[in-house]
Design a protein around this ligand. Structure first.
Ligand SMILES: NC(=O)c1ccc[n+]([C@@H]2O[C@H](COP(=O)([O-])OP(=O)(O)OC[C@H]3O[C@@H](n4cnc5c(N)ncnc54)[C@H](O)[C@@H]3O)[C@@H](O)[C@H]2O)c1
Ligand SMILES: CC(=O)N[C@@H]1[C@@H](OP(=O)(O)OP(=O)(O)OC[C@H]2O[C@@H](n3ccc(=O)[nH]c3=O)[C@H](O)[C@@H]2O)O[C@H](CO)[C@@H](O)[C@@H]1O
Length: 454
C-alpha cells in the first residue's frame, strides 16, 4: 500500500467517524516494533482489527516463524490460531527491515525490552534504536505509541527529541503517546482485548485523541485518557512498584511464621476479607523483567531518596537466601551438611507457565547452594535450556530415580502437582510458592509463610 493511499491519524481535523472507518478498513497501516511475549499478541490483535499490520523484530528466526504463520511465543491461549489466520489473510506480516516498515506505517507501536543494567540504571537502548528507526520513516499525521514500560518523562525528554531530530518534523506535525502494556504472559489476548482499562497519555491533546481512537478499536474495556504521557508513564511504573512493595510486606510478615507459630498465609488471606487490606502472596522471590525492574525506573533515574521502595526491593531480593538458610538449617538438624547434600530444585522460570528466567529466584537459590557445595538437580517443564544454572537438568519423568536429601520449589508449575513425593523418600522440602501438600511428603515441609509442617 503506497503512502499516498494511506490515511493519517493525527491532526488536520478529519472527522472522527471518517478516521474510525479508515482505521478498520486498513487505510492506516500499523507497525509493531518488538514481536516478543507482548509484541506478538499485540501485532496479531492490530492485524485482526485493521487488516493491515506489520511486525518488526531484529530476530530473523522470529520474523520467519511469524511469516510462516507460526507463533514463536508459547503458552498463550488463542495466539497460535490468531497469528496463523492473520498471516494467511495477509493482515499480518513480519520483517526485520524496520525502516521500510516505518516508511509505510501511519501508527508506530514500540514494545521492545526495557530493562535495568547491573548498576540499576534503565537500559533503554532497544527503545532508542527503534525510535531512531521510526523517525527515519515518520511522516506528518503519523502517531507514535510507546507501550514498553519506561521511566516517567522518557517520552517527553528522550523519545520526542529523538523523533524530531531523526525525522526533521516538528512537534505538532505527528503524535506521540504513552499507552502502557498492562498484559500478563499466559493471558495476553484476553488482557489486550479488555481485561483492564487501556491508559493513554499524549504529549499533546491531539496525540491523546489519536491514541484513544486507535485503542477504542483494540479493547472492549474503557480507554482512560490521562493528562499527558508522563502521567501515563507514572501509572505503569506505580502499578509495578505497588506490587513489589506489597509483595515485600507479605514476605516480611511471612518471616514471622516460625516465631509466631502461626500460618501467616492464612492470616493474610483472612485479613484480606475486608476491603481495606489487599496483602499479596509471600514467596521465594520476585522475578521477571517487570516487577523487579520498575522500582529502579524511579530509584535510579531521579535523585530523590525513596527508602520504602528501595527497602522493598532488598526484602524481595533477600527471599531466595532466606529459603536457602531454612533448608540448610533443617538439613543440619538431620545431621546432613549442605556441603554433602543432594538437592532437587523445582522450577527455573520466574513464575508458573512462563518460559522466562530473567531475575528468577532460581538463579540465586542454585548459585548459593552450589557455592555451599551441594549437588544440584534442576527440573522445569517449560524451559528447554537450563544450562545457565549451576545444576544438572533432570526431566520430570526421571525424578523418582533421584536420590536426594532435599527439594526446593521455586516455581509453581502445574506439572509439579503430579510429582510422586513418596518415590523421593524421606527428605526436607522448602516450598517457596505454597504449592506442595505436606501430607504427600515423607519427611518435613517448610512453606514460606506457613512455617514447618510435617
Ligand atoms: N512480559 C510481560 O509480562 C510484560 C507485561 C507488560 C509490559 N511489558 C513490557 O513490554 C516490553 C516488552 O516486553 P516483552 O516481555 O514482550 O519482551 P520479550 O523479551 O519477550 O520480547 C522482546 C522482543 O523485542 C525484540 N527486540 C529487541 N530489540 C529490538 C529492536 N531494536 N527492534 C525490534 N525488535 C527488538 C526481541 O528480539 C524480542 O523478540 C518491556 O518494556 C516490558 O517491560 C512486559
Ligand atoms: C501489576 C501487575 O500485576 N503486573 C503484572 C506483572 O506480570 P508478571 O508476569 O511480572 O508477573 P507477576 O504476577 O507480577 O509476578 C512477578 C514475580 O513476583 C512473584 N509474586 C507475584 C505475586 C505475589 O503475590 N507474590 C509474588 O511473589 C511471582 O512469583 C513472580 O516471580 O507485570 C506485568 C508487567 O508490568 C503486568 O503487565 C502484569 O499485569
Amino acid at each position: 500500500m503506497s503512502r499516498a493511499t494511506t490515511a493519517s491519524v493525527y491532526g488536520d481535523g478529519i472527522p472522527a467517524a471518517v478516521r474510525r472507518q479508515q482505521f478498520v478498513e486498513g487505510a492506516v497501516p500499523v507497525a509493531v516494533y518488538g514481536l516478543g511475549k507482548m509484541g506478538l499478541p499485540l501485532a496479531a490483535v492490530f492485524a485482526s482489527v485493521t487488516g493491515n499490520a506489520t511486525g518488526v523484530d531484529i530476530d530473523p528466526d522470529r520474523v520467519a516463524a511469524v511469516n510462516d504463520g507460526d507463533a514463536p511465543v508459547g503458552r498463550e491461549p488463542g495466539l497460535g490460531h490468531l497469528v496463523a489466520d492473520t498471516v494467511a489473510t495477509g493482515a499480518l506480516s513480519a520483517t526485520t527491515d524496520g525502516e521500510a516498515a516505518a516508511a509505510d506505517a501511519r501508527v508506530h507501536v514500540v514494545i521492545v525490552p526495557t530493562t535495568v543494567d547491573d548498576d540499576g540504571l534503565a537500559d533503554l537502548s532497544a527503545l532508542r534504536s527503534v525510535v531512531d528507526t521510526v523517525a527515519a520513516g515518520l511522516s506528518p499525521g503519523d502517531l507514535v505509541v510507546v507501550e514498553s514500560t519506561v521511566p516517567p518523562r522518557t517520552c517527553a525528554d528522550t523519545v520526542a527529541p529523538l523523533l524530531e531530530r531523526g525525522s526533521g518534523l516538528s512537534a505538532g506535525e505527528y503524535g506521540l503517546a504513552f499507552c502502557p502494556e498492562r498484559t500478563s504472559s499466559g493471558r495476553a489476548l484476553r488482557d489486550i482485548g479488555g481485561a483492564y482499562p487501556k491508559v493513554v497519555g499524549g504529549v499533546d491533546a491531539e496525540s491523546t485523541r489519536a491514541a484513544r481512537l486507535v485503542y477504542e478499536h483494540v479493547t472492549t474495556n474503557e480507554v482512560v485518557a490521562v493528562a499527558d504521557a508522563t502521567t501515563a508513564e507514572c501509572v505503569k511504573v506505580f502499578e509495578g512498584i505497588y506490587r513489589d512493595v506489597n509483595i515485600a510486606l507479605a514476605n516480611e510478615l511471612a518471616r514471622f511464621a516460625d516465631d509466631l507459630g502461626a500460618d501467616v498465609r492464612a492470616a493474610i488471606d483472612t485479613a484480606n476479607t475486608q476491603p481495606f487490606c489487599a496483602i499479596h502472596d509471600p514467596g521465594i522471590g520476585v522475578g521477571g523483567h517487570c516487577i523487579p525492574y520498575y522500582p529502579y525506573f524511579l530509584l535510579s533515574e531521579f535523585g530523590r531518596d525513596a527508602p520504602l521502595t528501595r527497602t522493598a526491593r532488598a526484602v524481595n531480593d533477600g527471599m531466595p537466601l532466606f529459603a536457602v538458610r531454612e533448608l540448610t538449617d533443617r538439613l543440619a538438624d538431620r545431621g546432613t551438611s549442605i556441603h554433602d547434600a543432594r538437592v532437587l530444585v523445582l522450577g527455573a522460570a520466574y513464575r508458573a507457565g512462563v518460559a522466562e528466567t530473567r531475575k528468577s529466584p532460581a538463579m540465586p537459590v542454585t548459585r548459593a547452594l552450589a557455592d555451599d557445595g551441594a549437588t544440584l538437580y534442576l527440573a522445569d517443564p517449560v524451559l528447554d535450556d537450563l544450562s545457565a544454572f549451576p545444576a544438572e537438568a533432570v526431566a520430570l519423568a526421571d525424578l523418582p530415580e533421584l536420590d536426594v536429601d532435599a527439594a526446593v520449589l521455586v516455581t509453581a508449575h502445574p506439572e509439579f502437582e503430579g510429582i510422586d513425593w513418596g518415590a523421593l523418600g524421606d527428605l526436607v522440602v522448602v516450598d517457596g510458592r505454597d504449592a506442595v501438600d505436606p501430607a504427600a511428603v515423607e519427611g518435613e515441609v517448610y512453606t514460606v509463610g506457613r512455617g514447618e509442617r510435617r
